[in-house]
Design a protein around this ligand. Structure first.
Ligand code: MN
Length: 467
């Protein structure tokens, strides 16, 4: 797409090599406990290093976690600069590349048709009140029963029995396909792909209409068609280079208890009767690696946040050409707090941007609009703009009783208020009043070159410097 573009990362193994070469992969001592200890260690390294756990609880398959700890890592996986991440993702979403089917795949080197999930796979239990072990980083692939087009999402999958999983399916595309199958009294074929490459994980979170196959967006992010292979027990096509694939069926007219489970807002999702997967087979590489996402970590937040930012930026720029950038802040769990940079040209425009942003996704709860001299990736800079450019009686917009995130515990069962803060300089105000102070040359000071290496403590030489 641009002259600066490097080759994108296309497999989990290449990504682990990339991280290890930069001292960003912590290899943990063998034998860590799958219950709590693995997640505790992974969280300790959150934001700085990915973690690899050999022989967890003595299991032959190692576990990795924290693959995308920082947005700059996503830029590296894409092979672009940090400023190009949203543009690259948007380009891939609107210019998908169809996948290519292959006959043989590393993901099917080993095939198990007799399945005991807890024995075959190292399934961790993360949080204190989680109901038990979960698959948290699986790409859940299903197919539209009417059109045959595949869909990809990430859903939490609870170990409910040796060959049985509980799955949370929110009312989006997978849910729609299951409804169609269920009305016909049929199960819905499903594949859970574990150990995908980082860009396929990101592509799975694209906010695109139904019948837009997210594996084609993954291909576009890779810059070439994704190799897929047909499952051994059903008609689904799965990434050939994945580590592990769980094949099964989402049963019709069956619901069983699932949860609680620690979710992205740092609270538990409740226990309720939810969809059930009957597992038919597990395939994997001979030396497979299992990936787990610990709830609420940077990996979890960024995987949801970056695709939403790309969609929200696209949505806002259609109506407001002065919108330069958007950021879903970490403090707002990369979902609830949106910062917008606006080159404001018309009086009142920031308020229109607030309304547009709040309508862009129901998870967006608080919007702050700032001028171009404010760095929306620096929360202190955004707070400074609110502190010095906003008056509460004049610049705050509140909209009560809207659809909100059901996982936000402060809402009334998913109904809540939205708030927008206009922290832009009022158009027509005296420019000097809002000129940020600046010391000439402050950006150019190199600490290594201004320190006196021959200084003897802090006392200046009596009589001043020698001439
Ligand atoms: Mn979809």
């Amino acid at each position: 797409m641009t002259a600066t573009m490097q080759a994108a990362i296309t497999t989990l193994r290449d990504w682990l090599d990339h991280l290890a070469a930069r001292d960003r992969l912590a290899v943990i001592r063998p034998g860590v406990a799958l219950r709590h200890e693995l997640a505790a260690i992974s969280k300790r390294f959150d934001g700085t290093k990915a973690t690899l756990f050999p022989q967890p609880d003595g299991h032959a398959i190692p576990v990795v976690s924290g693959l995308l700890a920082d947005r700059s890592w996503i830029a590296e996986a894409m092979g672009v600069s940090g400023a190009e991440v949203l543009g690259r993702f948007r380009h891939a979403s609107t210019n998908p590349i169809p996948w290519r089917e292959v006959a043989q795949a590393p993901a099917q080197e080993v095939v198990h048709r007799e399945v005991d999930l807890a024995r075959l796979l190292p399934l961790p239990t993360h949080n204190a009140l989680d109901s038990g072990p979960y698959i948290t980083a699986g790409l859940v692939i299903t197919r539209n029963p009417r059109t045959g087009v595949q869909n990809v999402s990430i859903n939490r999958c609870q170990l409910s029995g040796p060959d049985r999983l509980g799955i949370l399916i929110l009312p989006r595309h997978t849910h729609l396909f299951h409804q169609m199958a269920e009305e016909a009294g049929e199960p819905l074929e499903v594949a859970i792909v574990i150990g995908a490459d980082p860009l396929s994980l990101l592509a799975s979170q694209a906010i695109v209409p139904v019948d837009h196959d997210e594996l084609e967006i993954a291909g576009a992010l890779h810059g070439r068609p994704l190799d897929v292979v047909k499952c051994v027990t059903n008609a689904l096509r799965v990434p050939a280079n994945a580590e592990i694939v769980v094949e099964g069926r989402i049963l019709p007219a069956v619901r069983e208890p699932e949860g609680p489970f620690g979710e992205f807002p740092q609270y538990y999702g409740e226990r309720a009767d939810r969809h059930v997967i009957q597992v038919d087979a597990v395939t994997h590489r001979r030396d497979a690696i299992f990936h787990t996402i610990v709830g609420g970590t940077m990996e979890h937040l960024l995987l949801g946040g970056i695709p939403r930012e790309a969609t929200l930026l696209d949505h806002l720029q259609r109506s407001f050409p002065g919108v330069r950038d958007v950021h879903l802040a970490r403090g707002g769990v990369c979902r609830y707090h949106l910062y917008v940079t606006l080159n404001q040209r018309h009086a009142g425009e920031a308020r229109n941007v607030i309304l547009g942003a709040l309508a862009g996704h129901y998870d967006v709860k608080h919007v702050i609009v700032v001028d171009e001299d404010v760095d929306i990736h620096d929360p202190n800079d955004v707070e400074w703009a609110v502190a010095t450019r906003c008056q509460a009686d004049r610049d705050i917009v509140v909209i009560p009783r809207t659809q909100a995130s059901k996982l936000d515990p402060s809402t009334d069962k998913g109904v809540g208020a939205k708030m927008g803060i206009d922290a832009t300089i009022p158009l027509g105000s005296d420019p000097f009043t809002f000129t940020r102070i600046r010391v000439p040359g402050e950006e150019d000071v190199d600490p290594a070159r201004v320190v006196d290496p021959g200084a003897n403590g802090w006392r200046p030489v009596v009589g001043g410097p020698s001439r």
